[in-house]
Design a protein around this ligand. Structure first.
Ligand code: G16
Length: 550
């Protein structure tokens, strides 16, 4: 079988990776040569001929099971063989969660992995698909690599592939294609074994065996179903049925696999039902995000991150303490207060998990997270939904307190960081871009001005210099600080596939115990109004209210 050099590939100018890889509509990915162009660009950028090319290297391949997953894997398998890879490890059925992908790359010392997912975006013939590359450390490719991939997508004139029949993605074991060995592996086993090392499975089993402790995990018809059923129900003994929507579906059951209060509706109904549950959680399309709920309470991801850090020593894998922590810039500053108390560094990075990788590799941080429902640690190099769920269960069992009390006690100790995110979706990209451009231009003149009922104390456009390799990123979001110590942040989403999404994040710290149970939107109303006025949201977008509030 000789590699076929296909020269019909036209470069595609729109293949610039966003916050987390390339995400486009399925109809775009299925255009002739589109996926091939991007995959060949990854191979050329990451494995240049000068470094021996792809020859003999090991690659992990898998996806979240969404529509076009299987077809895309067959294309990648043929291209990998034609490009000379020595071995492919593929999750059986073509399935892998993002954290499991990261785990497998590290465990098998692979050269990297190609992950097929558009994360929390919907799936189906009219919905979204995505491709991202994770490097040998298991983490998302850093900006220098995604920039190099993008340059290759523009320069490329040919890709390599083989003419061969499809391989059987469902049969475990070895097959060969050209000179390449292909092993179909259990998508769950290595990942589950890693979690056993971090958490006290015996004690969590006892908690789950307690007939007064009922929990629910909503896999949202996405990839975490098989992982959660194996770990929560089979290994930890949770009642059958604890995991709902546990069978991965190409279209995610017609839903939106985004674990928030708006989309994880079934979980929210069960949490508030006639027989309220003690604990609830959900994960997204590719299993890296998490939503955590206690009885009668939604736990904001920023608080969840701070609480995990504050209580980390209760879990066996973190008993020695944390080297440091990190959060993305728009994430609330609740984590900073915990770090100060623990006497450890807290890094503030741009949005995107790729910015945590260097800090973890250099041993500077152990735990990190983001407001966008992502939390994780240095056990892998991706955020990890089920990890967060087990961490919470471990803290609940060790502290002998329900989730709700853990949250309240945290607020009493550190104060409460009220936080909200307002999303304005499917905006005209021109108007949204112009609004951000005007804000940027005017940033220097904002300090000292009044806005609504507040005074502006300062403003900047967030820039970050990586303390490990010195790489510099600018234009990462506009921060406005107000005189009442509240903060507003503006940025455009980097993960959407249709037009532009504006995100407005607001937060305010409250240390008065009498004001800790107030409504978040009311507590932040003045900051939200001032931010809207400064940016001219209504004027530029034509919208008077956000589409989604978290
Ligand atoms: C991706 C990244 C996250 C990031 C999020 C931001 O999440 O992996 O690190 O916080 O995008 O999204 P946006 O740019 O839309 O605000 P995921 O879960 O979609 O891969």
């Amino acid at each position: 079988m000789n590699p076929v050099k296909t020269i019909s590939s036209n470069p595609f100018a729109d293949q610039k990776p966003g916050t987390s890889g390339l995400r486009r509509k399925v109809s775009v990915f299925t255009r002739d040569g589109y996926l091939e162009n991007f995959v060949q660009a990854i191979f050329r950028a990451v494995f240049p001929e000068t470094g021996g090319g792809c020859r003999g290297k090991c690659l992990i391949v898998g996806g979240d099971g969404r529509y076009y997953n299987r077809q895309a894997i067959q294309i990648i398998v043929r291209m990998a063989a034609a490009n000379g890879f020595g071995k492919l490890l593929i999750g059986r059925g073509g399935l892998l969660s993002t954290p499991a992908m990261s785990c497998l790359i590290r465990k098998h010392s692979a050269a990297g992995g190609v992950m097929l997912s558009a994360s929390h975006n919907p799936g189906g013939p009219d919905a979204d698909f995505g491709v991202k590359f994770n490097g040998a450390n298991g983490g998302p490719a850093p900006e220098a690599v995604t920039d190099a991939i993008y340059r290759e997508t523009l320069a490329i004139r040919e890709y390599l592939t083989l003419e061969s029949a499809d391989i059987d993605l469902d049969r475990p074991g070895l097959t060969y294609l050209g000179g390449m060995e292909i092993e179909m592996i259990d998508p769950v086993a290595d990942y589950a074994a890693l979690l056993v090392e971090l958490f006290d499975f015996d004690k969590i089993s006892q908690l789950l065996a307690n007939r007064r402790f009922h929990m629910c995990f909503d896999a949202m018809h996405a990839i975490t179903g098989p992982y959660a059923i194996e770990i929560l129900e089979r290994q930890l003994g949770a009642e059958p049925g604890t995991v709902i929507n546990g069978v991965p579906d190409e279209c995610f059951g017609g839903g939106h696999p985004d674990p928030n209060l708006a989309h994880a509706r079934e979980l929210v109904e069960r949490m508030n039902g006639d027989a309220p549950l003690a604990f609830g959680a959900a994960s997204d399309g590719d299993g890296d995000r998490n939503l955590i709920m206690g009885s009668g309470c939604y736990i904001n991801p920023c608080d969840s991150l701070a609480i995990l850090a504050a209580n980390a020593r209760l879990a066996p894998g973190y008993r020695e303490g944390l080297a440091g922590v990190a959060r993305s810039m728009p994430t609330s500053r609740a984590l900073d207060r915990v770090a100060r108390n623990l006497g450890i560094p807290c890094y503030e990075t741009p949005t995107g998990w790729k910015f945590f990788g260097n800090l973890m590799d250099a041993g500077r941080i152990t735990i990190c997270g983001e407001e966008s429902f992502g939390t994780g640690s240095n056990h892998v190099r991706e955020k990890d939904g089920l990890w967060a769920v087990l961490f919470w269960l471990n803290i609940i069992v060790e502290s002998r307190k329900p989730a709700r009390s853990i949250v309240r006690e945290h607020w009493l100790r550190y104060g409460r960081d009220y936080f909200t995110r307002h999303d304005y979706e499917e905006l005209d990209a021109g108007g949204a871009g112009e609004m951000m451009g005007r804000l940027r231009e005017g940033i220097g003149g904002l300090a000292g001005r009044g806005a609504g009922e507040l005074q502006i104390a300062g403003a900047d456009d967030f820039a970050y210099t990586d303390p490990v390799d010195g790489s510099h990123s600018e234009g990462q979001g506009i921060r406005i600080f107000f005189s009442d110590d509240s903060r507003a942040v503006f940025r455009l989403s980097g993960t959407g596939t249709a037009n532009a999404t504006l995100r407005l994040y607001c937060e305010k710290h409250e240390s008065d115990p009498a004001r800790m149970e107030f409504d978040t939107q009311r507590m932040l109303a003045r900051t939200l109004a001032a931010a809207g006025e400064i940016a001219g949201i209504a004027e530029f977008t034509g919208r008077t209210a956000p589409d989604v509030i978290t």
